[in-house]
Design a protein around this ligand. Structure first.
Ligand SMILES: C[C@@H]1N[C@@H](c2nc3ccccc3[nH]2)[C@H](O)[C@@H]1O
Length: 451
């Protein structure tokens, strides 16, 4: 159907900025704001729901919530230390909350007083972070919530002409804030939109089209996630013709596609996940919870995402004072150390065409060289890893990515090779496979069944 405000382009972007985003594969999400101070509790009551939802959970109105501005002193906020942490994690980009649903701005916006400028130290948090991350070669994306609980003209739905006039004022405010962000911080790489599911926003597809045009005019090559967009019929993420809007699909929140779902490889996409079960902002309960994910679970999610052609955005919620909790530092050390020696199977990689999901782990392939990686995350009781090869494919040799040492394997038949894996191996265990195509006339591979 003809659309005025559908997808602005067809297919994958192939410019340098998007190729870099695709190559990066791994990003760090940062949720930090006023919600980080109460950390899920209010007036002595702890609310289990996500910490950044405390105003809703505890019924705190905007005026009372704004009282937290005086407490946002952040004595431990150290942008260079945050950038070092991102580098240690192995993240190639960071997405930082410039404004979350509560409407508090982490930059000194001229459009409202509800910003860091009103805090005791008045630091331009976004400006200092953009400088520190960029200086470390880490790209920055700015998170912006269209949903805004603080602004008096926010509406969930439009049911009167007064609502329409108010919400038009709100969209003008949000549009000017986004212009301000793109103008103040022109070297950010992208914008991560959220809070766009309400009827009021879905009814304003033209506004979302104009925002995408404006940001890409102010910052040529800027990357925008699909959550910003609605078309004129209210279709989100993909327009009414099914075409992806924005530059990558960002509908996977606290979940990944199934490891065998190859349909997702048709688009660029990113999944965002938390370390606790469900809190993006710092929740004091997470420090003692036994429910947050083990670092190796998170690492497996990264490998799974790459095996399906996606990026993983892993969330960290700094405490109100600007420090990071020990359980988050554990994740940084575990993932960073593994990526230090195994990053070849992640950065610059994507799906390994023709290599079906094996169950014991994932296959990835280097997008440039075609090198295939087998990444083992579950060692079978037999200790034997069987690889089902694509047709007419031969494995010439295999090396352990972490050590570079050759790894023996048995050719079981013309479609199966088998590795013996030490069950005490540190997993994920990545093998680099040198493969070649066999033509039909070539001799059958030498089978050594007794291995
Ligand atoms: C990326 C994540 N998206 C926000 C969000 N808001 C929601 C409202 C309803 C249901 C799920 C939500 N996730 C979370 O607070 C976080 O910022």
């Amino acid at each position: 159907m003809p659309l005025m405000y559908g997808a602005q382009s067809e297919g994958r972007r192939d410019d340098e900025t998007m190729r870099r985003f695709r190559h990066d594969r791994f990003g760090q999400f940062i949720h930090w704001g006023l919600y980080s101070i109460p950390a899920g509790s209010w007036n002595g009551v702890t609310y289990d729901y996500a910490a950044e939802f405390l105003p809703q959970s505890a019924g705190i109105g905007p005026a009372r919530w704004a009282g937290l501005v005086d407490d946002f002193a952040a004595p431990e906020f150290d942008p260079e230390a945050w950038a070092s942490l991102a580098a240690d994690l192995g993240a190639r980009y960071v997405t930082v909350t410039a404004k979350h649903h509560d409407g508090f701005c982490l930059w000194p916006s001229s459009l409202t007083d509800f910003t860091v400028a009103a805090t005791p130290r008045g630091r331009d948090v976004i400006g200092e972070l953009v400088h520190a991350y960029t200086a470390r070669g880490i790209a920055v994306h700015l998170y912006y919530s269209v949903l805004d609980w603080h602004h008096p003209d926010w509406r969930y739905a439009i049911s009167s002409s007064q609502d329409e006039e108010a919400f038009d004022r709100y969209l003008s405010y949000a549009g000017e804030q986004l212009r301000e962000l793109a103008t103040r911080y022109p070297n950010v790489r992208g914008f991560w939109f959220d809070g766009t599911w309400d009827e009021s926003v879905k009814a304003n597809g033209r506004w979302s089209w104009e925002i995408e045009c404006m940001l890409k005019r102010l910052i040529p090559g800027a990357i925008v996630n699909s959550r910003l967009r609605a078309d004129e019929h209210g279709a989100r993420h993909r327009d009414s013709n099914g075409a992806l809007m924005g530059d990558y699909f960002s509908g996977f929140e606290r979940r990944l596609p199934d490891p065998w779902d190859r349909t997702v490889t048709a688009e660029d996409w990113e999944a965002c996940v938390t370390i606790p079960q469900n809190s993006w902002g710092y929740h004091a309960g997470a420090e003692v919870a036994r429910t947050h994910k083990h670092p190796l679970e998170l690492l497996e999610q990264l490998v799974q995402a790459v095996s399906l052609g996606g990026n993983l955005l892993l969330n960290f919620g700094p405490r109100g004072d600007g420090s990071f909790a020990p359980f988050e530092k554990d994740v940084v050390h575990t993932l960073g150390a593994w990526l230090e020696t195994n990053g070849a199977c992640i950065y610059g990689c994507g799906p390994a065409d023709g290599w079906d999901y094996p169950g014991w782990g994932y296959y990835t392939a280097d997008a440039e060289t075609g090198a295939v990686y087998a990444v083992v995350t579950r060692i079978p009781v037999s200790g034997a890893i069987a690889l089902q090869l694509p047709e007419r494919t031969r494995v010439r040799n295999a090396t352990a990515v972490a050590t570079g040492r050759p790894v023996p394997f048995a050719v079981r038949d013309d479609r199966t090779v088998r590795f013996e894996v030490d069950r005490a191996s540190v997993i994920p265990l990545a093998f680099a496979l040198e493969v070649e195509q066999r033509d039909d006339t070539a001799e059958q591979p030498e089978v050594n069944p007794d291995l």
